[in-house]
Design a protein around this ligand. Structure first.
Ligand code: PGA
Length: 252
C-alpha cells in the first residue's frame, strides 16, 4: 500500500456517553500503530467529548449541511462541526443518499462546504445490488463519483473516497477481492481525470461488512488504501483487528 492506510469507524446512530470507553480503547490501539491513520465518526452528540479525549485518532462527523448557517432546524453546518473538534466529515453515505434523497449535486455541495471549513472530506459512492446484477456497477459508481466530487481548488489534498456497495453494507456480504480491485482502479482513473496527478494521492477506502476476519484480504486489493467500517468499529476489541490488519500491511 503506497499511501498511509486510513481506517475509519462510522458509528452511525449508535453510542451514548457510555461508549466513550470504547473510543478510549480505540485511541490506545491507534497509539500502538502510528503507520495507520485511525479515525472515528461518532454521532454528533459525542463529537466534542471524543475530540477532546482523542490523542492518536482523528475524530470527524457523519454528515453536515451544505450551508454555513441559517434557518435549517435540526441541521449542523460544517463550521459548527469544525468548532466542535471534527477534522473530517463523511458525505454521501448511501444511508444519506437513499434514506434522505441526497443527490450527487447535494453531496458535492456538502463536500465543498467541508473543505471550505478546512476539514478533510470522505465522499462515498456505491452501486445497488440491482445495478451490479445488471452489469452496471462500474458505470453507476463512476457517474456518481464524477457528479459528487468537490471541484474547489486543492480539493484532492483533503479528499478520500469511500467505495461502499450498498448491498454489502451491514449484510455480511462482500464483493470478491478482484471486484473490489477493479472498482478501485476505475475510481482512481476518475480521480486522475478530474484532479490530474493530485488524484493519485487520494485514498480510496473500501466499506461494507469489513471485519477483522476479511480485512487483510480486502486491504490488500488493488488501490485499496483503507476501510470505512460500520458495525465492527463499535467496540475497541472488534475494531482492533482491522487496525492491526492495516498495520501488518505497512509494517511488513
Ligand atoms: P458495515 O457499514 O461495516 O456495518 O457494513 C459500513 C458503512 O456503512 O460505512
Amino acid at each position: 500500500m503506497a499511501l498511509r492506510p486510513y481506517i475509519v469507524g462510522n458509528w452511525k446512530m449508535n453510542g451514548t456517553r457510555a461508549a466513550l470507553a470504547e473510543a478510549r480503547g480505540i485511541d490506545r490501539i491507534a497509539q500502538r500503530h502510528p503507520g495507520v491513520e485511525v479515525a472515528m465518526a461518532p454521532p454528533a452528540t459525542l463529537l466534542q467529548a471524543m475530540a477532546h479525549e482523542a490523542t492518536h485518532s482523528v475524530i470527524g462527523a457523519q454528515n453536515c449541511h451544505q450551508e454555513s448557517g441559517g434557518a435549517f432546524t435540526g441541521e449542523i453546518s460544517a463550521p459548527m462541526l469544525a468548532d466542535a473538534g471534527a477534522r473530517f466529515v463523511i458525505v454521501g453515505h448511501s444511508e444519506r443518499r437513499w434514506q434522505h434523497n441526497e443527490s450527487d449535486s447535494l453531496v458535492r455541495a456538502k463536500a465543498e462546504a467541508v473543505l471550505a471549513a478546512r476539514m478533510g472530506v470522505i465522499v462515498c459512492v456505491g452501486e445497488s445490488e440491482e445495478k451490479r446484477q445488471a452489469g452496471l456497477a462500474e458505470a453507476t459508481v463512476t457517474a456518481q463519483l464524477k457528479a459528487s466530487l468537490p471541484l474547489v481548488a486543492d480539493a484532492a489534498a483533503h479528499l478520500s473516497v469511500g467505495y461502499e456497495p450498498v448491498w454489502a453494507i451491514g449484510t455480511g456480504r462482500v464483493p470478491t477481492v478482484q471486484d473490489v480491485g477493479e472498482m478501485h482502479r476505475a475510481i482512481r482513473a476518475v480521480l486522475v481525470e478530474v484532479y490530474g496527478e493530485a488524484g493519485r494521492g487520494v485514498r480510496i477506502l473500501y466499506g461494507g461488512s469489513v471485519t477483522s476476519e476479511n480485512a487483510a484480504q480486502l486491504l490488500a486489493a488493488d488501490e485499496v488504501c483503507g476501510a470505512l467500517v460500520g458495525g465492527a468499529s463499535l467496540t475497541a476489541e472488534r475494531f482492533a483487528g482491522i487496525i492491526m490488519a492495516a498495520a501488518a500491511l505497512v509494517e511488513a
